[in-house]
Write a protein that binds this ligand. Structure first.
Ligand code: GLN
Length: 483
């Protein structure tokens, strides 16, 4: 039952093959067995999960069950959960018990999902390997010497290793898609504004977007259905109808035009990953899709533009952690200045400090125009590249990540090498577009992903293409050897 997709579990629960209590208990048992090695969960909410399972079984019995009733999920520890520690994997919030639920948490609970706990992540979602967590790295279930990707590495490892049916993640520059690719699962970064950011701890507000991580595209559709939609409490959420994502699955791909950006198949791409991606695209051609060569000429500027815009916003967002109102406070401050200084020095890790330094630098008088304003202009050029491409094609496809999972520690002393893991994912966030990663092969026994990028609010097409692909391939059903 733990290897089943959500759709299979939902059907099994309705048939009475097993109860929500049995399902939740089985996951909790597996978490106890596996989490010591993987470090995917930071908090396991066992009692609340068992209570939730009981409520789910009651709903299943009286016919009031929703689409996700009894489905065990985990939330990235960046989503506020009422009464449960919400740490963002930072010492700064190690003692923070959220006083309310994020909208995403509330909506998934309202659809019947049962929360098993909170997953590990890079500190404040800054990272591509899940090694910046205050609580230690997450390990990749496919090879425990390797990273699961980041920053939603705990959610990815938990789904891949069968420690939950699905999980939430957030994606500021690739943090849903990159770890999904490196652990062999599916992850969707919705259009900016599609999913409420209320209660999702802010990293870079104009880029952050929450989304689902699961085994199949069909599961992503079920989860997105519950998560998406206007939220009056998030002024950047969009007032726009949410389509029926499940109903959109199964649409024909005949005549669909898929653009392959030449910049995504360049010298930086591991040739074996390129082969896996091309083999995946050949499957889509068999469904009647046409592959079209395109260019996104400003792609090479996405890493520099992102690493100005994201740190700038982060430095502003993280100014609130001052040791005064909540979060970490240093011992025996001598005066106010000392309180601020030591609370922040001791509460934040090295990568977060690096971002704050970059961010305050690019926003400072004299440098603002040269860096921040320039990066915003580049951001517009990047979005224009996509808009132009979508004049010719319906969907854009390429690799999610240049190579398979790297070894723990391998890129720790080289921030730029680490930043380059996101070379194919960052531009999507700068442009605000939806994108999805779907497993498309194994390279040296490690999973790699095919990325599909869509027009604004066209998550349905991405889910449909991925679903079609999964009907004729089984990469998403492969299980890691250590799980
Ligand atoms: N790896 C990128 C960064 O470190 C993106 C992280 C994310 O999407 N949260 O900023």
């Amino acid at each position: 039952m733990l290897d089943d997709t959500i759709s299979q579990q939902a059907a099994a629960l309705r048939r009475g093959d097993y109860s929500a209590n049995e399902l939740v208990t089985a996951y909790l048992t597996r978490i106890v067995a596996k989490n010591g090695t993987l470090n995917a969960y930071l908090t396991v909410t066992e009692q609340a999960a068992l209570d939730g399972a009981r409520a789910a079984d009651a709903a299943l019995a009286d016919g009031s069950a929703g689409p996700l009733t009894g489905i065990p999920i985990a939330h990235k520890d960046i989503f506020c959960t009422d009464g449960v520690r919400t740490s963002c994997a930072s010492r700064m919030l190690d003692n923070f018990i959220a006083p309310y639920d994020a909208t995403v948490v509330m909506r998934l609970a309202a659809a019947g999902a049962v929360m098993l706990g909170k997953t590990n992540m890079d500190e404040f979602a800054m990272g591509s390997s899940n090694e910046t967590s205050f609580y230690g790295p997450v390990r990749n279930p496919w090879d425990s010497q390797r990273v699961p990707g980041g920053s939603s590495g705990g959610s990815a490892a938990a789904v891949a290793a069968g420690l939950c049916a699905a999980a939430t993640g957030t994606d500021t520059g690739g943090s849903i898609r990159q770890p999904a690719a490196l652990t062999g699962i599916c992850g969707l970064k919705p259009t900016y504004g599609r999913v409420s950011r209320y209660g999702m701890i802010a990293f870079a507000s104009s880029l952050d977007q929450g989304g689902p991580m699961a085994r199949s595209a069909q599961d992503l559709a079920l989860l997105l259905q519950a998560m998406a939609g206007f939220d009056p409490r998030d002024s950047t959420s969009i007032e726009r109808e949410v389509p029926d994502y499940t109903a959109a699955l199964g649409g024909s791909l005949q005549g669909l035009r898929i653009g392959l950006p030449r910049e995504y198949f360049d010298a930086g791409l591991d040739p074996a990953v390129g082969d896996a991606v091309r083999a995946g695209l050949a499957e889509l051609e068999r469904f009647g899709a046409t592959l079209v060569d395109i260019s996104l000429p400003h792609t090479h500027l996405s890493v520099p533009a992102y690493y100005v815009v994201a740190p700038a916003e982060a430095s502003s967002n993280l100014a609130r952690y001052d040791g005064v109102r909540y979060g970490y406070r240093c011992d025996n401050p001598a005066d106010l200045q000392d309180l601020y200084q030591r609370s922040r020095s001791e509460g934040f890790g090295a990568e977060v400090k690096r971002r704050i330094l970059i961010g305050t630098y690019v926003l400072s008088a004299g440098y603002y125009d040269a860096y921040y304003l320039k990066a915003q202009r580049v951001r517009r050029l990047i979005r224009n590249d996509f808009l132009e491409a979508f004049g010719q094609v319906d969907v854009i496809a390429g690799p999610t990540v240049p190579g398979p999972a790297f070894r723990l520690g391998e890129r720790n002393n080289d921030p730029v090498a680490m930043y380059l893991s996101d070379i194919y994912t960052l531009a999507v966030n700068l442009a605000g577009l939806p994108a999805l990663s779907v497993p498309c092969g194994l390279v040296q026994g490690l999973p790699v992903g095919l990325q599909l990028i869509g027009r604004d609010f066209d998550e349905a097409s991405l889910l449909n293409v991925a679903h079609r692909y999964q009907q004729v391939t089984d990469w998403h059903l492969r299980r890691p050897p250590e799980a």
